[in-house]
Ligand binder design. Structure first.
Ligand code: ATP
Ligand code: MG
Length: 551
């Protein structure tokens, strides 16, 4: 977006830091995904914020994989994350991995042990939880808390060497068991996990916890502004405690409200469930709020960036109407999509005074929103066309400016036709509409002097291609499925995907992947990745107008 807007609160912080000469005017952010799933639109907000700040203030952004949990992480996710960030239009200064810091982190931990600020605890998770107390009662120290430095050094080295099984011991920071902030009550720093890591292999059997990896990675990379979501506010004192005690680069943490979107869920754990249990095709199912799903659905990077710009950066949680996201893609596609004709629910229109077997080639520009129309395409015309069933009525009401016996409409890019009669099948369904055309009314060269109010789209039967068209609706029935009691999946919309067969104009056989097409009067569509020369498949990105009626 080019128009000026007020600074968000993080930009204000950055501008203030620049004015006071903090970090010598250096701005360095990072985007730190855990490679345990595909990115979603919430991540896009964080990406736009972090990369956007660096762009605006001449800084840098690292892409750092927060890969400290070997069990849930995978290189498949790493690759998809890189693809998605690039697709959104951003390039990172450095591609980094928290796992590359395992040696440094271990040295940091040993440093704290040697300062008497960390200890090895043999308690079970249940014992640790019980000893931590409650927000109103202080925790109670156990016998391990007073272990000597020498003993702690030895035990921690043995943990690293693989002497103990999973869960036998943990390393804890010795902070304050009476702190009103539960995160400061001797938080875990390391746990034992004999698991294969997607990058470090079997080198490690102890892995650092989030709180003892994230801030330290920020410091190692000399990140100036470490931006995360609000749930990390209570972690901030610990973030600062570690930096203070280790005397490492003082990165600072700032928190903003995560994006929540109506009619979907936004946690990777829940999205993974939808994939694993077959409620959707895969992570890139066009109904998913993932970047890959939105891409396959036909969203453009510009529309997603514009959406992130419009929702802004808030300090309080809120729920954003998915209608805003749809508004952004409509605005973009209205300017960029190529216009084509497709009939989704066909009946035949026969022109009785147009010679049978004759065809002519009409022309339509690709994009009337742009000077010159961005080129165009040939459209065959003949005496037999498909039109939408809803564009004809047996008993048309007043002000129905489409077809009914005696009514006239313009066929887009072609002629004016007048409806003379219609044919029904044995069940009473209309199968054919018979019309006459006005030869002098050809679009672009209309000398008929006839004015008609309605224009309808059509596809010539000779030349028509069939295409599978996938129409999507909300994935969930309620606005905030995550907030519902019970299983969020009970709230899935059983009608979120409708597959139909349509007739499309022949030029769409050459539709470009990733390109938006407006099927005139029907919505915006894009070629699906499953489409082949034998079988065209299109996804509806969004309808032309907001057809969603609040219940
Ligand atoms: P999820 O809860 O979906 O699993 P996460 O926070 O565990 O997300 P990470 O891979 O750790 O996922 O997130 C990488 C970055 O993206 C973090 O800085 C995180 O704060 C940010 N992020 C994740 N979800 C959102 C969201 N809904 N809105 C804004 N930022 C988000
Ligand atoms: Mg996370």
């Amino acid at each position: 977006m080019t128009e000026e807007r007020a600074l968000n609160f993080i930009e204000e912080i950055v501008e203030n830091d620049l004015q006071t000469g903090k970090n010598n005017g250096r701005i360095h952010t990072r985007f730190p995904p855990e490679p345990n799933g595909y990115l979603h639109i919430g991540h896009a907000k964080s990406i736009c914020l972090n990369f956007g700040l660096a762009q605006r203030y001449n800084g840098k952004t690292n892409l750092r994989f927060d890969d400290t949990n070997p069990v849930t992480e995978d290189t498949e996710y790493v690759e998809s994350i890189k693809e998605d960030v690039r697709w959104l239009g951003f390039e990172w200064a450095n591609e980094l991995y928290a796992s590359d810091y395992f040696d440094v982190l271990y040295a940091f931990a040993l440093n704290l042990v040697k300062q008497g600020l960390a200890y090895v605890d043999d308690s079970t998770p249940e014992e640790i939880a019980a000893q931590k107390g409650t927000p109103t009662e202080p925790g109670t120290p156990n016998q391990y808390r007073s272990r000597s430095i020498e003993e702690n050094v030895q035990l921690f080295e043995e943990m690293k060497a693989g002497k103990y099984p999973d869960g036998a011991k943990v390393l804890r920071a010795k902070v304050d068991l009476a702190s009103p902030n539960m995160h400061l009550r001797d938080p875990l720093m390391y746990r034992i996990r004999h698991a294969h890591h997607h990058r470090t292999g079997d080198k490690w059997c102890i892995y650092p916890m989030y709180d003892f990896a994230h801030g330290q990675s920020d410091a190692i990379e000399e990140i100036t502004h470490s931006i995360c979501t609000l749930e990390f506010i209570p972690h901030r004192p610990l973030y600062e405690w570690f930096i203070d005690k280790l005397e490492i680069f003082p990165s600072r943490q700032y928190e903003f409200a995560r994006l929540n979107l109506t009619y979907t869920v936004m946690s990777k754990r829940k999205l993974l469930q939808l994939v694993n249990e077959g409620h959707v095709e895969d992570w890139d199912d066009p109904r998913m709020p993932t970047i890959s799903g939105l891409r396959r659905r036909g969203y453009t990077p510009a529309s997603i960036r514009e959406f992130c710009e419009r929702i802004g950066v808030a300090k309080r949680e809120n729920l954003i109407d998915v209608g805003l996201l749809e508004f952004c893609i409509r605005e973009d596609l209205n300017k960029t999509a190529w216009r084509r004709m497709a009939v989704l629910d066909p009946i035949k229109l026969v022109i009785t005074n147009y010679p049978e077997g004759q065809t002519e080639t009409l022309h339509g520009e690709n994009n009337p929103e742009v000077e010159g129309g961005e080129g165009g395409r040939d459209i065959p015309f003949s005496n037999e066309l498909y039109i939408e069933r809803e564009d004809f009525m047996e008993v048309p009401p007043k002000k129905f400016f489409r077809l009914g016996v005696g009514l006239m409409v313009r066929l887009k890019h072609a002629y004016i036709v007048k409806c003379e009669s219609f044919v029904k099948d044995a069940d009473g369904n209309v199968t054919e509409v018979h019309c006459t055309y006005i030869p002098e009314s050809k679009s672009g060269n209309d000398t008929s002097g006839i004015n008609v109010k309605g224009t309808i789209h059509w596809v010539s039967v000779p030349g028509a291609k069939t295409a599978e068209v996938r129409l999507y609706d909300r994935l969930f029935k309620s606005e905030n499925p995550a907030a519902e009691e019970g299983d969020f999946k009970d709230d899935l919309n059983p009608n979120s995907l409708q597959i139909i067969n349509a007739f499309v104009e022949p030029d769409l056989a050459e539709a470009l992947p990733g390109k938006g097409y407006q099927f005139i009067r029907k919505g915006y569509f894009t070629l699906d990745e499953l489409s082949t020369d034998e079988k065209l498949v299109f996804n509806r990105t969004v309808t032309l107008k907001d057809g969603w009626v609040k219940k």
